[in-house]
Design a binder for this molecule. Structure first.
Ligand code: ATP
Ligand code: MG
Length: 377
């Protein structure tokens, strides 16, 4: 009969990584272990897959939901593990399918010590077909695949797609500039999908950090934590910056704000040993996102600035935001920092002008003050 409820996890691109392969697999296993806390999973790995075992079907279902968001998993399949006897294999299969199912069967043995070979497994199913709950047809769309291993036969049916990519933490760490908008959470997911660990920085227009942390940002970060557990979020107030820049022409404010954001992110990156900054900018989407303005605002910033959405249309970003569950939170009303006062931002500010305004407004001191008020909540 069934020995365990299990999930077979397959990783995609990890095979590309040559000698680092084991480190990548260990990282993925650690991330899975962290994500599946409370599911009571035992985790083992084989040559090309990770096997998770559970005490109950309910725990398995909970785990299957969480696995869909873990970067580095290309697909996974709920499974049963039966004893290595023909009767036991058939009985387990009977539990997996119902009378409406028509199934084709494939079998392979990585362990050759059983009294039967893979051909005989399939024959056994055909022989007992009258007593099966389901029908067998070699052209059926549904597949029951059987893999005989030393510790039991793994039966898997439906494959579920994972998000692919690389395990979080295998490509370093980034400070993700998270606004309350639609784009930056999508950018965050793309960065995590390529293996970056994310630390979030949000600059807010509230009077204190606690208010910001209990706003919709809390829910947004909660949604993002499905991809990488327990993310750190830094909250920084914008009012010191805003009062220091009150006198400059409004059209320059946005680009200056971006420079300031990057500087703040740079400081957090140093503290966090992060080597990149991630933003939700997309080329030409809004006035501040021209190449000229991006160049001007990133002048002198040391960490690499990654813009995963650079080639996406707003429509596409919205569709992805819906699919990752952040869209409905992003469109909730929010007191946004950048929306204040800027109607016609300059589209071609030079870096020198930004440097000058930065100095004139004494933004170095403002940065210091803002950092003192920045909190991880
Ligand atoms: P989003 O939908 O992500 O807010 P957007 O289209 O509104 O993006 P901008 O407001 O120009 O574009 O912001 C571009 C990027 O700058 C954002 O995607 C985000 O990475 C960063 N950013 C903007 N505002 C903030 C903020 N208040 N705190 C932290 N990062 C911010
Ligand atoms: Mg925005």
């Amino acid at each position: 009969m069934v020995r365990y409820y299990a999930i077979v996890v397959h990783y995609g691109e990890l095979w590309l990584k040559g000698r680092n392969r084991n480190a990548f697999i260990d990282r993925l296993k650690a991330n899975i272990r962290e994500s599946l806390k409370g599911c009571g999973a035992t985790i083992t790995d084989g040559r090309d897959r990770i096997l998770l075992k559970f005490g109950s079907k309910r725990k398995l279902d909970e785990a299957a939901w969480r696995l869909r968001f873990i970067p580095g998993i290309s697909w996974f399949a709920p499974a049963m593990i039966s004893r290595n006897t023909l009767a036991s294999i058939v009985a387990s299969a009977n539990k997996m399918f119902g009378s409406k199912d028509t199934v084709r069967i494939s079998a392979k043995r990585s362990y050759k010590g059983t009294a039967f070979n893979s051909y005989q497994i399939v024959s056994e199913f055909i022989k007992r077909s009258k007593r099966l709950n389901f029908k067998i047809d070699r052209d059926a769309e549904k597949e029951l695949s059987l893999s005989v291993t030393k510790s039991g036969t793994i039966l898997t049916a439906s494959k579920i797609s994972g998000i692919g990519g690389l395990p979080v933490g295998s490509s370093g760490k980034a400070v993700v500039l998270l606004s309350g908008g639609i784009d930056s959470p999508v950018a965050a997911v793309y960065a995590m999908k390529r293996g970056m660990d994310a630390v979030y920085l949000h600059m807010h227009a509230f009077n204190n950090n606690e208010e910001a942390a209990s706003s919709k940002m809390h829910d947004l970060v909660g949604m993002l934590s499905r991809y990488s557990v327990r993310p750190k979020v830094y909250y920084a107030p914008a009012y010191v910056f805003q009062s220091a820049t009150m006198k400059i022409p409004r059209k320059y404010e946005l680009v200056l704000f971006r420079r300031f954001l990057y500087r703040l992110a740079e400081e957090i990156a140093e503290k966090e040993h992060a080597n990149a900054i991630v933003t939700g900018e997309s080329l030409g989407q809004v006035a501040s996102q021209t190449i000229a303005n991006m160049a001007a605002s990133q002048g002198g910033i040391k960490p690499i600035i990654i813009r995963p959405l650079i080639g996406f249309d707003k429509r596409e970003i919205i569709d992805i935001a819906k699919s990752i569950g952040t869209y409905d939170i992003s469109i909730r009303r929010y007191k946004d920092v950048c929306s204040i006062g800027v109607r016609n931002p300059s589209t071609g500010m030079g870096g020198k002008l930004v440097d000058r305004l930065y100095k004139d407004c004494r933004l170095d001191a403002v940065l210091k003050r803002t950092l003192e008020m920045t909190r991880e909540l």
